[in-house]
Ligand binder design. Sequence first.
Ligand code: F6R
Length: 242
Amino acid sequence: MKLIEAKDYHEMSMLAAEIILDQIKSKTDSVLGLATGGTVLGTYQQLILDHQQNKTSYQHIKTFNLDEYAGLSKQDENSYHAYMKKHFFDEVNIPSSQTFLPNGEAQDMKTECETYDLKIEELGGIDLQLLGIGQNGHIGFNEPGSSFESKTHLVALEQSTREANARYFNSIEDVPTHAVTMGIASIMKSKKILLLASGIQKSSILYDLFHSDVTNSIPATILMNHPDTIIIADQEALSKLH
Ligand code: F6R
């Protein structure tokens, strides 16, 4: 696991975008694994800026998002479908037929999940997976206790995760109780992993991450077993480590 220290959120986002752009330039039909949430927003903004200034093309890129809330329609403004459209897809030249997210409204969730994993395989696997980290150490929505063998599946969200995400909803009651997430095994199959962490609220979990053995009570610790993981964290997120 390689750690890159960034001064602040902006520098973290610039460095992350550089790594993603290197990937896209070295393989113009890369398969990218994408995340939502606050941490990765600045990275998408940098990629959009680059697209406008340097015309980096997404014509042949394919993307798979980590997760989607269960029960929210794609049009719901809090869905991850809507987030991705607004903050990235609508701003670059990626064909919508090449962007994939789990369907949180699928009637048959088991088939939905199996099909999602198969589609990733069919397109050659994920070249670079972008991740944030939950304050409880979750990656995707793989909450503490998740099996390291898990593939894409339906999960119940922890109360702390619902509280952390309530800022986007009118009230905590509106935050879905369940989500569909790529599993830990699905994430670990990615050829390269880029995990971002910013802000004081991530300082405790980063301390734990670097002081713990691999344990499913802190799902992100599994990344230590991955041959090509880069963590970019800013000074606030690293403040308990120094
Ligand atoms: C989002 C996701 C989550 C977030 C994590 C951090 O697709 O999979 O694991 O990356 O909850 O969220 P933020 O960045 O909002 O702190």
